[in-house]
Design a protein around this ligand. Structure first.
Ligand SMILES: [Zn+2]
Length: 456
């Protein structure tokens, strides 16, 4: 089997630097897995690695899509990344996937037949026009589609916000193309995964590549400081020029009658909407006395948004990526490298990463991931210990969330989760009061993609 190195972690931990270091030492090529860095131009807001920093290493999927284009779906990313990985192998080189868009990384690593909120692979055979011709409702209003979805798949209908046209449409498309409810398919996938984990004899899931995974980690306080400073540096380097450029593009699109999805694509970059009040004032009423204050607020909001994004990325890794690795019994391939201290970044991250990669490529015995550092032990130990013993099988259903759990552990986790508490609160509320539609979620809290970073 051919080797594949994958580097992920939150923004500001030095992923791109490690990737370049490994590529330089082991004849590698880099595949970007950061949705925002796939957009052309805007190097500051997307935190793109500079040509100098690339040190002559070939980079793929970097700046490869137009600014007005939709971001790639997980399916598209998986297909293209897999193709590029094969090409790099054919050149006798080492592919290194690096990026902060965890859903791309998961999409590549875990062969979920169906990715939540996306059109199923079966739909690939027919064009969107063909599908819509067969099911005209797919071109209808959000209300009409939601009504239809409520009829065919009430669980999914409950899950989506009435304004979330894309997700509502996707769930309907799944039903039309597979003849099955998306909710049933997800439940089935979950059961398959959990029963694998619960069964002590099941083998690790075979992957198309021999994997080495790096999680670049930094303790939160240190990281937050670093992220704040980075935002200041971005502003000094001309962030505001880029956001102004993006804002004018946005206005042009809106003026041409296009309905621009504010939650999708390049406009989702952290550091864009945060400056909207400032940019608006700058265009409309440039003599306003509080312009400087609006700008300062934009900077503060960008800092908050960046911190929140980093936290979200770490949560994704611990809740989703690690859980999937655990379920597939390949958690032992994940090495956490501690980039908390910038001063020791070279010894803790670069040197350890290089040594592990050397052993991995030479087929030598690798150390235990928990033995790599104090931080690795702190962060990984619990999950690793959990993995070393088999889960306790059970079959419990949460009536509130309409979910089934096949292991005692996942049941316990669910019952103490924020998600469950939220559902429970919502249920109590609807039982007590007349239904009033929720306010659309603010962008800041919804941001699922953003930029990642090259320097620690
Ligand atoms: Zn629940």
């Amino acid at each position: 089997m051919e080797p594949l190195v994958v580097i992920f972690g939150s923004t500001g931990t030095g992923k791109s630097d490690l990737a370049v270091e490994l590529a330089t030492q082991f004849n590698g090529e880099i595949i970007n897995a950061d949705a925002m860095q796939m957009y052309k131009g805007l190097p500051i807001i997307t935190n793109k690695i500079t040509v100098d920093e690339q040190r002559g290493v070939p980079h793929h999927l970097l700046g490869n899509i137009e600014l007005d284009a939709d971001p790639w779906s997980v399916m598209e990313f998986r297909r293209e990344a897999t193709r590029i990985i094969s090409e790099i192998h054919a050149r006798g080189k080492l592919p290194i996937v690096v990026g902060g868009s965890a859903y791309y990384i998961d999409g590549l690593l875990f062969d979920n037949r169906l990715v939540k909120g996306e059109t199923p692979p079966e739909a690939d055979g027919q064009t969107r026009e063909e599908l819509v011709a067969k099911h005209p409702i797919l071109a209808g209003s959000a209300e009409a589609m939601l009504e239809k979805l409520r009829e065919v798949d009430p669980i999914m209908a409950d899950r989506w916000h009435p304004n979330d046209v894309r997700k509502i449409r996707n769930s309907l498309e799944i039903f039309f193309t597979t003849g099955r409810r998306a909710s049933d398919i997800y439940a089935e996938q979950r059961i398959q995964k959990q029963s694998r984990w619960a069964s002590p004899d099941s083998e690790p899931v075979q992957k198309p590549w021999k994997l080495l995974l790096f999680w670049l980690y930094a303790r939160r306080d240190a990281l937050n400081d670093r992220l704040d400073k980075r935002v200041d540096k971005m502003v000094a380097n001309g962030l505001l020029d880029e956001t102004a450029e993006l804002y004018d593009r946005y206005l042009t699109r809106v003026a041409s009658g296009e309905i621009v999805d504010r939650t999708r694509g390049i406009v989702q970059s952290i550091g864009f909407w945060q400056f909207e009040p400032y940019l608006h004032a700058l265009r409309q009423t440039p003599q306003r006395p509080d312009l400087a204050m609006l700008k300062q607020t934009g900077i503060e909001d960008t800092k908050t948004g960046t911190r929140r994004y980093a936290k979200y990325q770490v949560r994704w890794i611990t809740m989703k990526t690690m859980t999937s690795l655990q379920e597939e019994k390949i958690l032992n391939k994940l090495y956490l490298l501690d980039g908390t201290n910038v001063k020791t970044w070279h010894s803790e991250v670069a040197a350890k990463g290089v040594e592990l990669t050397r052993k991995f490529l030479a087929g030598e015995q690798l150390p235990q991931p928990v033995d790599m550092s104090e931080t690795a032990r702190d962060v990984l130990a619990l999950k690793v210990a959990e993995s070393n013993r088999s889960a306790t099988p059970c079959n419990k259903a949460c009536d509130v969330c309409k979910k089934t759990f096949l292991t005692e552990e996942s049941w316990q986790i669910h019952m103490s989760s924020k998600k469950h508490a939220k559902e429970l609160r919502a249920l109590k509320k609807t039982a007590l009061t007349v239904f009033t539609p929720k306010e659309p979620q603010r962008l800041l809290t919804k941001s699922t993609t953003g930029s990642s970073r090259k320097t620690p």
